[in-house]
Ligand binder design. Structure first.
Ligand code: ATP
Ligand code: MG
Ligand code: FE
Length: 343
């Protein structure tokens, strides 16, 4: 029976209905609905947690109704509920968890709290030709930059992590200091496509030593100095954006290659909001063709936060008999490696 997925960890309210189909998980996606709070937070230049929680309260139930309608289902058809239980903003998480848990209780079906990053990691399974473990996953989002060895679903080993800013955060902060409007990441990427090759060059942080950790905060400073010392024309801004994007993408590529060599994996999954970046997708796919590894990406709309990936991750665990007790619990900080195996 279909699983209702609920995502409210940050500034996106996402809902989806998915029937678990192990051979082709994407075919089981019945509907999905998303509401983004971007406009709400724009004046503040960042997500305001209390405003986020309140807006989830307003939007979640209407979105559940919309997703049910689109799938041609009624609440009585729902066989289980999956909600994001962490990591994320505590108040925002509590809205989804309380609503999800309450619906499950009222319907007499099991509910499961999903790890948001497991949701991102499994999102490529919603596409045709889903990746089979073992694989390496590059998780690049607003709050995380991680390389993860996936031996099986639910069996995760973090190979590398960021020491400071996440990749998406670096995009957003860099965009802000060059005067781009909130949210800056996608705007910076769009601008980069107008930039000229070789006009600027920034470093590839931490690639000159062994290891798989990342550090992106220094790039911000390099960009700031270059921008302040420049003529600040539109073309210069695009040139700097391009050089910044190239630095991030090449750094990620170098570390992905290292992670694949270290683990011997032949498959690379890319997920999280920065996975929507066109240069990253093209360069990693090209490297895969050259080196002999296969790349897997979610469709663009499932790179950033959404309900479908939460429905999927939850459906897998529910199918294996995992579910939560009746108390509403969230985990604003939650180590991916502590998850139980999904089978
Ligand atoms: P987390 O998943 O770590 O909790 P989050 O949920 O806020 O963080 P996502 O929704 O996965 O993050 O992704 C949002 C991030 O992706 C933002 O930082 C945004 O700038 C970045 N992003 C989105 N599109 C692009 C793009 N085309 N190029 C670069 N960055 C992008
Ligand atoms: Mg977001
Ligand atoms: Fe996310």
């Amino acid at each position: 029976r279909p699983v209702l997925g609920i995502e409210t960890s940050c500034d996106e309210t996402g809902v989806a209905l998915l029937r678990w189909e192990p051979e082709a998980p994407g075919h089981g996606l019945l509907s999905h609905a998303l509401y983004t709070q971007v406009k709400l937070h724009a004046d503040y230049g960042g997500v305001v947690p209390e405003l986020a929680s309140r807006d989830h309260v307003r939007k979640l139930l209407p979105l559940v109704r919309e997703a049910l309608k689109e799938a041609g289902l009624t609440p009585a058809d729902v066989g289980g509920v999956a909600y994001t239980a962490g990591p994320g903003l505590v108040g925002a998480l509590l809205v989804g968890a309380a609503m999800g848990r309450a619906m499950a209780w009222a319907l007499g079906v099991p509910a499961i709290g999903v790890h948001h990053m497991e949701g991102h990691l499994l999102a490529p399974l919603l596409e045709e030709d889903p990746p089979q473990p073992p694989f390496v996953a590059l998780l690049v989002s607003g709050g995380h930059s991680m390389l993860v060895e996936v031996q099986a679903i639910g069996h995760y080993r973090i190979l590398g992590d960021t020491l400071d800013d996440a990749a998406g955060e670096a995009f957003d902060k860099t965009a802000k200091l060059m005067g781009l409007p909130y949210p800056g990441g996608p705007a910076l990427a769009a601008l980069a496509s107008q930039g000229r090759a070789g006009a600027f060059r920034f470093s590839r942080p931490m690639t000159d030593r062994p290891g798989l950790d990342f550090s992106f905060s220094g790039l911000k400073t390099q960009v700031l100095l270059a921008w302040q010392q420049s003529d600040q024309s539109e073309q210069t801004r695009a040139d700097i954006a391009r050089a910044f994007e190239e630095a991030i993408v090449e750094t990620l590529l170098i570390k992905c290659r290292r992670a694949l060599a270290e683990t011997g994996a032949k498959r690379l999954v890319i997920a999280g909001g920065v996975g929507a970046n066109r240069r990253l997708r093209e360069d990693l796919a090209a490297a895969g063709v050259k080196d002999g590894f296969k790349t897997y990406f979610p469709r663009l709309q499932f790179c950033t936060d959404n309900g479908a990936m939460i429905a999927l991750a939850g459906a897998i665990r529910l199918a294996h008999g995992q579910y939560q007790g009746e108390s509403v619990q969230v985990f604003p900080r939650w180590d991916l490696q502590t998850l139980p195996p999904a089978a």
